[in-house]
Design a protein around this ligand. Structure first.
Ligand code: TYC
Length: 126
């Protein structure tokens, strides 16, 4: 191994709002070496929301919640009934790209099975 034995093999990145990134600083001979500290905001989260309809079978919605949102069977049944009774319900909270992908997967699986199930995403208040 041509690396100091205790050096990490990967780059670390901030994990909480209080974390700071230590930006690299150019250091030509004439520059002062000043450590810049830039605060990094955590990524915004988006709710993936299921909408109720009169035709999508309950078991199909439960299956979606188990397979795409990794909910337990009991949780999936609870969320499905919440949507059935209240009209809308949250499947999960994710960064934007993940939320978009989940919603697209829900709609795609629903259409393949000829169900009118609708799924939208909404930015979480921050
Ligand atoms: N209301 C549907 C029915 O009675 C079940 C359902 C639940 C549909 C949740 C959509 O997001 C949904 N078969």
């Amino acid at each position: 191994m041509n690396q100091a034995s205790n050096a990490p093999l990967y780059a670390t990145h901030p994990t909480s709002p209080s974390d700071e990134q230590h930006d690299a600083v150019s250091n030509t001979d004439s520059d002062l070496l000043v450590k810049e500290r830039t605060r990094v905001e955590p990524p915004s989260l988006y709710k993936v929301i299921l909408l109720n309809d009169d035709y999508t079978p309950m078991e199909f919605v439960v299956g979606i919640l188990e397979s795409l949102f990794y909910r337990s069977h009991q949780e999936a049944i609870q969320i499905m009934f919440h949507v059935h009774n209240k009209g809308v319900g949250i499947c999960g909270l994710y960064p934007h790209e993940v939320a978009e992908t989940k919603a697209t997967q829900v709609m795609s699986l629903a259409r393949k099975n000829e169900h009118p199930l609708q799924c939208v995403i909404e930015k979480e208040a921050s």
